[in-house]
Design a protein around this ligand. Structure first.
Ligand SMILES: Cc1cc2nc3c(=O)[nH]c(=O)nc-3n(C[C@H](O)[C@H](O)[C@H](O)COP(=O)(O)OP(=O)(O)OC[C@H]3O[C@@H](n4cnc5c(N)ncnc54)[C@H](O)[C@@H]3O)c2cc1C
Length: 595
């Protein structure tokens, strides 16, 4: 008898789930040199922001505190290649990042369904079923990162987890319900519409729900003149089991969503005459199910106190946006935005299991209470958490630590420094700039070009504004081996220069696409063409790089130059008059891996 194919893989890190958290975890670890297998049960990456679900990734609001790191790199690639914010192109941006990443093996359409334990508190391997190839993939690894949202490995390994809302007394949380319960936030199937030049009709399927009354959707914005609404309130399931009941809920959500579109088009004045439904989701986006219990559980009070932890490795900035568990069945306000500071720090200790030593997690399933999770769950925050976890795995691997808990507190500064070098801002922290750079003679820029802060902070300007053709130069006595050169440009965190529409430009992706929408483009502030020079032992200046068409914020070169000086010369931007450069610095060290 034939059996299904079996494949064995070995990795340093196995990531389960390819939402933004899983993707950035895998990329971060692989970029630092770990061998990574990323297992994702869908054909596309991105989870709730993929074309299968279509939720826009959000986070901090103020502009200066925008999440950077790998997330910003992906979003700038999207602005460059996807001028109409088409979800399939966004999928291709995420797919391309994984596909082109050395050290990362991507297993798509592969569902993690079992785990083998090396001991009661250590995972040896996981197995996933790939539905397109009828193949069973077994991955043995030293570290596992559960970024599945639903915490599949809690169920398979016995890792401690919680579900539902804590009672008010347990952590002294003022926004928690008086008594603990099993309620969560619900899930949603979304819609996407496009405005045409001429009117179009809509005939609902016979099985869609009917909402003929003007009062059908109280407190749920659905007038198409509002550019900011995106059907998130089509929410159900918070009083049921958001894992076991998903398929039944999905059927109801699809009936509800198409019924809602019928209501918008055919019942009442919603300015929808020229709007056409271009996509309806059949895969529910989930908000909440199981949250792991880690070495620390972050609470509402920690969020309110700005998360001032010594082991901060990421930050949030969304409000505590708690939804009513009855979702659409509750006629009152569907959610409450409890204020939260922006940013608030999140500690490393929320990212690894309290009882399974080689299990980490990132995304909506980290170790937080329901109240804190209502803020930490948004996708920009999840992407930062993923990058932090991938970086922590690398530090554990590099230092031969088998157990995540050995990272705290000794290795926290190392993780924080790597994260900041990789353009992840950490509130109240400053990147350490190499001493050789700090003592070099600087010409053409202020000291703020090498102060270890790669963005403007409220009331504090960093970096410098240069004219095109104005050079920054470092020189020193004797020859130094230059290991790397690092530049950070201004990618217009407020996104004021990517489109003239003040509402649409704030959103990384769109829900309803208005007619005649102007294309989005790369932030005008980014330096587009530039050159780097180095001075040799004889004092001769030579060109190291002539970079054209740059559209990234972080530009990092691993070099290996035996130099007596370095210079940076901006040539042009994507439209801004001045070149805003936040950092130009270098690190000494042994010769290069590549040039
Ligand atoms: C309707 C709705 C509206 C929202 N609004 C916003 C918003 O406006 N902005 C915002 O930023 N956030 C929003 N959120 C919250 C946000 O989308 C989630 O909190 C976030 O996506 C969680 O990220 P994650 O990476 O943990 O999980 P996900 O994005 O769900 O990614 C997890 C991935 O793991 C995969 N997976 C699951 N199980 C397995 C398995 N066994 N094996 C392999 N792979 C597996 C899943 O298919 C998925 O791709 C919203 C959520 C919903 C549902």
């Amino acid at each position: 008898m034939n059996t299904c194919a079996q494949k064995e893989h070995h990795a340093d890190l196995c990531v389960i789930g390819g939402g933004l958290a899983g993707l950035t975890a895998g990329l971060a670890a692989a970029r630092h040199g770990c061998r990574v297998v990323l297992m994702q049960d869908r054909p596309v990456l991105g989870g709730n922001c993929s074309s299968e679900i279509r939720m826009w990734p959000l986070g901090c609001h103020e502009g200066w505190n925008r999440e950077a790191g790998i997330l910003e790199e992906l979003q700038l690639e999207n602005l460059y290649r996807n001028p109409r914010k088409n979800y399939s192109l966004w999928d291709s941006v995420l797919f391309g990042a994984a596909l082109q990443q050395p050290n990362l093996e991507l297993l798509l359409n592969c569902t993690c369904q079992s785990a083998e334990m090396a001991s009661t508190n250590r995972i040896a391997a996981v197995t996933g079923w790939q539905l397109t190839t009828y193949t069973s993939h077994r991955i043995s690894a030293d570290y596992f990162a559960d970024c599945s949202g639903d915490s599949i490995l809690s169920f398979l390994t016995g890792a401690h987890f919680r579900k539902g809302r804590e009672g008010r007394e347990e952590y002294g949380e003022s926004i928690a319900p008086e008594k603990a319960d099993a309620c969560t936030m619900g899930m949603s199937c979304l819609l996407q519409a496009q405005q045409r030049q001429a009117p179009s009709g809509f005939i609902p399927p016979a099985w869609a729900n009917r909402y003929p009354s003007p009062e059908s959707f109280p407190n749920r914005p659905h007038d198409l003149t509002d550019k900011t609404f995106n059907y998130w309130w089509l929410e159900l399931g918070g009083t049921q089991d958001t894992i076991a009941d998903t398929e039944t809920l999905r059927d109801e959500l699809v009936k509800t969503a198409l019924g809602a579109w019928d209501h918008i088009k055919n019942h009442g004045a919603h300015h929808a005459e020229n709007w056409e439904l271009m996509w309806a989701g059949f895969l529910p986006g989930k908000r909440e199910s199981r949250r792991y219990v880690g070495a620390y559980t972050m609470t509402e009070n920690d969020v309110r106190a700005e998360g001032q932890f010594s082991d901060v490795i990421a930050y949030g900035g969304w409000t505590m946006d708690d939804h009513h568990p009855e979702g659409l069945r509750y006629p009152g306000e569907p959610n409450i935005f409890h204020p939260a500071p922006s940013p608030f720090g999140i500690p490393l200790r929320c990212l690894y299991s309290e009882n399974i030593e080689n299990l980490g997690f990132a995304g909506r399933n980290i170790s937080v209470t329901h109240a804190a999770m209502s803020a930490s769950r948004v996708m920009n925050t999840c992407a930062l958490l993923g990058q932090a976890l991938g970086t922590a795995v690398f530090v554990a691997y590099k230092n031969g630590l088998r157990d995540f808990s050995a990272l705290y507190p000794a290795y926290v500064p190392e993780i924080q420094q790597f994260l900041q070098e990789d353009d992840c801002y950490l509130p109240r922290h400053r990147r350490t700039v190499a001493p050789g750079c700090l003592t070099a003679k600087l010409e053409g820029a202020e000291e703020t070009i090498r102060d270890g802060v790669d963005r403007d902070l409220p009331g504090e300007a960093h970096g410098c504004l240069l004219s095109c053709g104005q050079e920054i130069r470092y020189t020193w006595d004797g020859v130094k081996q230059i290991r790397s050169i690092r530049l950070v440009f201004d990618s217009d965190f407020a996104r004021e220069t990517v489109n003239s529409d003040p509402v649409l430009r704030w959103y990384p992706m769109l829900c309803n696409i208005p007619a005649g929408m102007e294309d989005f483009h790369v932030p005008a502030t980014l330096v587009k063409n530039y050159r780097i020079f180095w001075r040799d032992a004889a004092g001769q200046w030579k060109q190291y790089r002539a970079v054209t068409n740059n559209y990234q914020r972080l530009n990092h070169y691993v070099c290996g130059l035996a130099a007596t000086g370095l210079a940076f010369l901006p040539m042009s931007t994507w439209g801004a008059e001045k070149c805003h450069v936040f950092s130009f610095d270098f690190e000494e060290g042994p010769a290069a891996l590549s040039q």
